[in-house]
Design a protein around this ligand. Structure first.
Ligand SMILES: [Cu+2]
Length: 237
């Protein structure tokens, strides 16, 4: 009895598994471009002279990254994601890596999933004290001297979390904790792409740390490719 059952179970598992794989790989795509209108405030140069080991890593002074723009009014570092219509996804086991390098956070906006391991590394010859500022998740701050192992943590609720360093006031970044795997960050041309969307009705949300949030509804049938563009109003500050 048991001998007969095993191959059937295996066959069912195989069919189910292949079906699941198809659903993930196929489907439709939402892509587009994020731009701004108006005049954004200019990025300001950062004075790192108090931390010479970091200052010497930058041939030219780096600038603030609160608003990063590109050619043709493109807006970088916007998190575009499916906020409604997609089921929650299990987190990948691979850690999302947040780097402290040259007294800067790399990347400026790190996107990962609920319960996905987060790894914070210090590549600098100085100590950092990373201090993410969540409102719904648990708050912590941790000191990380040069050469110390990665700080490993995770968040159990979706949230956009500003990140600062308690040692270097200019260091600023963001965590974006997502419920599913359908997310992208706009690149230097403002472009983004959300592939592998099964047919359905979705809310696409675009989030920018300074310009706020916008959402649009989109319906995908079959393996349709749809274009959704976002235009943010530049906020002088
Ligand atoms: Cu620091």
């Amino acid at each position: 009895m048991r001998v007969k059952l095993i191959p059937i179970t295996a066959a069912v598992a195989l069919i189910f598994g292949v079906g699941l794989l198809h659903a993930r790989a196929g489907g439709g795509t939402v892509s587009g471009k994020v731009t701004y209108e108006g005049t954004p405030a200019k990025a300001k140069p950062i004075d790192m002279s108090k931390e010479p080991s970091c200052a010497k890593q930058h041939a030219t002074p780096i600038t603030t990254e609160t608003v990063v723009t590109g050619p043709s009014n493109s807006l970088e570092n916007v998190v575009v994601y499916i906020s409604a219509g997609a089921p929650d996804d299990a987190p990948p086991s691979q850690a999302a890596k947040f780097e402290q390098k040259g007294c800067q956070y790399l990347p400026h906006v790190l996107v990962f999933q609920v319960n996905q391991p987060l790894e914070v590394v210090n590549d600098d010859q100085t100590s950092h004290n990373i201090h993410p500022l969540p409102k719904v998740n648990r708050e912590w701050n941790k000191s990380q001297p040069p050469g110390s192992p990665a700080i490993v943590d995770k968040y159990d609720k979706p949230e956009f979390i500003p990140v600062k360093c308690n040692v270097h006031p200019w260091m600023h970044g963001n965590f974006a904790v997502m419920k599913n795997s359908h997310y992208a960050v706009s690149g230097d041309d403002g472009g983004f792409k959300l592939p592998n969307l099964p047919p359905g009705k979705y809310t696409v949300t675009a989030w920018h740390e300074s310009y706020g949030e916008q959402r649009q509804e989109v319906t995908i049938s079959g393996s349709e490719a749809k274009t959704v563009n976002f235009v943010f109003k530049a906020k002088p500050y």
